[in-house]
Write a protein that binds this ligand. Structure first.
Ligand SMILES: *[C@@H]1O[C@H](CO)[C@@H](O)[C@H](O)[C@H]1NC(C)=O
Ligand SMILES: *[C@@H]1O[C@H](CO)[C@@H](O)[C@H](O)[C@H]1NC(C)=O
Length: 494
């Protein structure tokens, strides 16, 4: 092979990807965070009831392990040795009791602070208290730590200043000896996509999300036109904003280090069912951590049938760990009253030579979206030279086998453990505790692969009607398995 081909294949040779070295989050973390449903209304009851619901509704056994308590759990003053004090009216048995109870159920416990003098809600932040706070987290058996950016005393504005502020906590966590997923939340400031992966397991890449598909908001100002200096990453960032923002560095995701697109808005209200389905699939394909954000105590059947789709979760937990990338964007489509409207095609490589393709309609009317194999596989070689462009592909719809509302309702209504067990059996529940996604995919478990709906011939085109504010989500599988094996073998030889 020529030196040119050699260069082209370097990424396949497995140059060690730099990522924080704590052995955690080899696939994106799955779980729940209370912020967008209860805000500061937190308590031991909330965490323990939610945990039991994750177990009872089968979500734990789909991989939702991390139960993350956000802001407002502490007393307003530290104790006289400088350590945090848990608010004992909200958490009467302390934080370690919560962690230990979760561990007994097979779940993991996440907590929150800010890299500032205060947290966003005004409780003691961890800036200049990194050591004692990391020690407290470790002594409480915490497994996951979200670290926000409020009240940072002006310690931002360059990549190095922010890096050093967040690294101080990473070092303190490491020094405790307790492995904790480090979830960095600097709102995308100071080019975090260039340094977050060196110290943390995930980094938030924009201001806070809100439950709108496309609506622009003055509080989320960091786009090129309105705010080139990005003065306020802010809050109220729409899904469209987040997707466009991450598109330039979606490829930074790697095992142990993920772009965090923020907590899921599924089930919170304000979006249609189709919008929520699109949201969930994109967050999975982009390898964002998937933290459910709705109140599971009042959960409805529809939200459950989105969160429990194993064919979508298999995108998130795919062992190839590549994020889907934006390969086609069309802004010449009908706009809504805010002047917003565009369509996207996202495409990403999956294990065993499969490919995920998401046709996303954020225009104001139904659209026919077409994309060629050449574009779908453009990251494997532009100009149609990718080997995949010359194969035939079966197209599998990943929402086709979505659970019915009735079945989901019967899970929510089940009287006891044995009724639930019978239901899970009857519904042929995918159990990732028993069969990890990597194994299920290797065995080509049909529950992970969706339903075959069409085919694309070599050098052909995928053309699909997509409703307004919806996405079609497909897994492409090579028709000619023997070709596939040959191609994989060639790559392995290199
Ligand atoms: C999944 O498998 C584990 C281990 O065998 C079992 O304890 C659990 O009850 C199963 N969960 C479901 C939802 O079937
Ligand atoms: C601390 O960092 C070292 C060096 O990167 C790593 O080998 C070790 O696993 C880390 N320990 C924890 C608890 O994160």
């Amino acid at each position: 092979m020529s030196w040119l081909t050699a260069l082209y294949f370097i990424p396949l040779l497995g140059i060690p990807a730099k990522a924080v070295n704590n052995g955690l989050a080899r696939t994106p973390p799955l779980g729940w965070n209370n912020w967008y449903s209860t805000y500061c209304d937190v308590s031991e009851d909330l965490i323990l009831e939610t945990s039991q619901l994750l177990v009872d509704t089968g979500l734990l056994d789909l991989g939702y392990k991390y139960v993350v308590l956000d802001d407002c759990w502490a007393e307003e003053e530290r104790d006289n040795t400088g350590h945090w004090r848990a608010d004992l009216t909200k958490f009467p048995n302390g934080m370690k009791y919560v962690a230990d109870t979760l561990h007994d159920k097979g779940l993991l416990f996440g907590m929150y602070s800010s890299a500032g003098e205060l947290t966003c809600a005004g409780y003691p932040g961890s800036l200049n208290h990194e050591k004692e706070d990391a020690e407290d987290l470790a002594s409480w058996n915490v497994d996951f730590f979200k670290y926000d950016n409020c009240y940072n005393l002006g310690q931002s504005g360059t990549a190095l200043i922010s890096f050093n502020r967040y690294k101080a906590m990473g070092d303190a966590l490491n020094a405790t000896g307790r492995p904790m997923v480090y979830s960095l939340c600097s709102w995308g400031e100071d080019q975090v996509h260039t340094w977050g992966m060196s110290i943390a397991n995930s980094w938030r890449m924009s201001g806070d999300i809100y439950n709108s598909f496309t609506r622009p908001d003055a509080l989320c100002s960091c786009d090129d036109e309105r705010d080139p200096q990005c003065i306020a990453p802010g809050t109220h960032c729409s899904l469209l904003f987040v997707l466009n923002h991450v598109s330039a560095y979606a490829d930074k995701a790697r095992p142990g280090a993920w772009n965090d697109l923020d907590i899921l808005q599924v089930g919170i209200g304000g979006m249609t069912d189709e919008e929520e389905k699109a949201h969930f699939a994109l967050w999975a394909a982009l390898k964002s951590p998937l933290l459910l954000g709705h109140d599971l105590r009042v959960s409805n059947a529809k939200s459950l049938t989105i969160a429990n789709n194993p064919a979508i979760l298999a995108l998130s937990q795919d062992p190839s760990t590549k994020a889907a990338l934006l390969v086609q964007r069309d802004t010449n489509v009908p706009k809504d009253k805010y002047g917003v409207g565009e369509t996207h095609v996202w495409s990403g490589g999956l294990a065993h030579g499969d490919q995920v393709v998401i046709l996303l309609n954020m225009a104001n009317e139904n659209q026919k979206i077409s994309v060629s194999l050449e574009e779908i596989f453009v990251r494997d070689g532009a100009g149609g030279i990718a080997a995949q462009n010359h194969h035939d592909w079966d197209v599998y719809d990943l929402w086709a086998d979505r659970m019915s509302d009735n079945d989901a309702q019967s899970i929510l209504d089940a009287a006891d453990q044995s009724a639930r067990e019978q239901l899970f059996q009857k519904l042929n529940w995918y159990n990732s505790t028993r069969i990890p996604y990597s194994e299920g995919l290797k065995m080509r478990d049909p529950r992970l692969l969706g339903k075959k709906v069409s085919m694309i011939s070599a050098q052909g085109i995928l053309e699909v009607d997509v409703s307004r504010h919806a996405a079609q989500v497909f897994r492409l599988r090579n028709v000619d398995d023997s070709n596939l094996k040959r191609r994989v073998a060639i790559k392995d030889e290199l």
